[in-house]
Write a protein that binds this ligand. Structure first.
Ligand SMILES: Nc1nc(=O)c2c([nH]1)NC[C@@H]1CN(c3ccc(C(=O)N[C@@H](CCC(=O)O)C(=O)O)cc3)C=[N+]21
Ligand SMILES: [Mg+2]
Length: 294
């Protein structure tokens, strides 16, 4: 048996096309151009790649993109001043501060300073709390993408056993909430969990979001399981270059899983596409328009 490969590139392209249609419609009918501001502090090469990809795709969807690059040694006060300015800017409907921030900056204070209505990362306690309470909220992009990828395999997740490995605010915790909303039965595992292979073996849906290269092995999986690999780990190759691997041992998992996302070409693609979705939704909500069709 070999697993179905869940093609994040195709699914993300389809989602971006639907966002672009809705962007064109709100522009035509309401003269509204959704705008996304991305703030990058420092010059981490991987972050620069993501930020450039967000910029390109935002513009390709017909939205406005505002990039703000700040030096590594920017002060907390200057960063908060920029966030306050973006909060007031009527052309900006979404604000994303790329994480992690350099040492010395207070991430929590920066997130708290973002207007919750513009918090397209879904990290502000107002949005995180609303999501946890089962209320409508802007939800983090990577977990939203994970749900869409899962639903490309299973129309309904009701009653399925899901395991989320990892409990970060950006991925694990919000993903648990979204899975609960789908009526899945959810186990939350992490670096301190006892007998992780045993827990994974019970799961119909496996979400690996720990940031440890190829940690989840093929023989941990229940045959036929759907595997969503959130990991993006750069590991050195013999020739001195690097290659990307996920948190799942992909080749091993292919032989056991029913369906699996590749890295790259899986969840990462969806993260950016869902950021466009959130920006469109935020823009419509701020403008007092009905919810968009995406
Ligand atoms: N506030 C905040 N929000 C984020 O959503 C956020 C963040 N900070 N910090 C960094 C992580 C990482 N992230 C990715 C986005 C796109 C790809 C992506 O497009 N990946 C492609 C290609 C990857 C490559 O080739 O480097 C793929 O998997 O196919 C990956 C990872 C968003 N993040
Ligand atoms: Mg952890």
């Amino acid at each position: 048996m070999t697993a179905e490969i869940i093609d994040g590139k195709v699914i993300a392209a389809d989602l971006r096309a639907r966002v672009a249609d809705e962007v064109a419609r709100v522009k035509r009918e309401h003269n509204l151009v959704p705008g996304l501001a991305v703030v990058l502090v420092g010059n981490d090469p991987a972050s620069e790649v993501y930020v450039r990809s967000k910029h390109t795709q935002t513009q390709a969807a017909g939205m406005a993109s505002f990039e703000h690059k700040l030096p590594t040694d920017v002060s907390q006060q200057d960063l908060l001043t920029l966030v306050a300015k973006l909060n007031r800017d009527p052309a900006v409907h979404g604000i994303l501060v790329q994480l992690p921030l350099p040492k010395g900056l207070n991430t929590e204070a920066v997130i708290n300073a973002i207007d919750p209505a513009k918090d397209v990362d879904g990290l502000h306690p107002n949005n995180a709390g609303r999501l946890a309470g089962g209320f409508e909220a802007l939800s983090p992009c990577t977990p939203l993408g994970c749900i869409i990828l899962t639903k490309s395999v299973h129309a309904s997740l009701e009653g399925m056993n899901a395991i989320v490995i990892g409990r970060s605010n950006l991925v694990g915790r919000p993903l648990v909430q979204l899975l609960l909303n789908e009526n899945a039965t959810v186990t939350i595992a992490h670096s301190r969990s006892r007998d992780l292979p045993g827990l994974v073996r019970k799961a119909d849906l496996v979400y690996a979001a720990v940031g440890r290269p190829e940690m989840v092995r093929g023989d941990w999986l229940k045959p036929g399981a759907t595997v969503i690999d959130v990991g993006i780990n750069r590991i050195p190759k013999e020739d001195g270059k690097t290659r990307l691997v996920g948190d799942v041992a992909y080749q091993e998992a292919l032989a056991v899983a029913g369906a699996i996302t590749p890295v790259p070409g899986g969840v990462g693609q969806m993260t950016v596409a869902c950021l466009l979705v959130n920006t469109l939704r935020a823009a419509c909500a701020i403008a007092g328009l009905p919810k968009p069709a995406v």
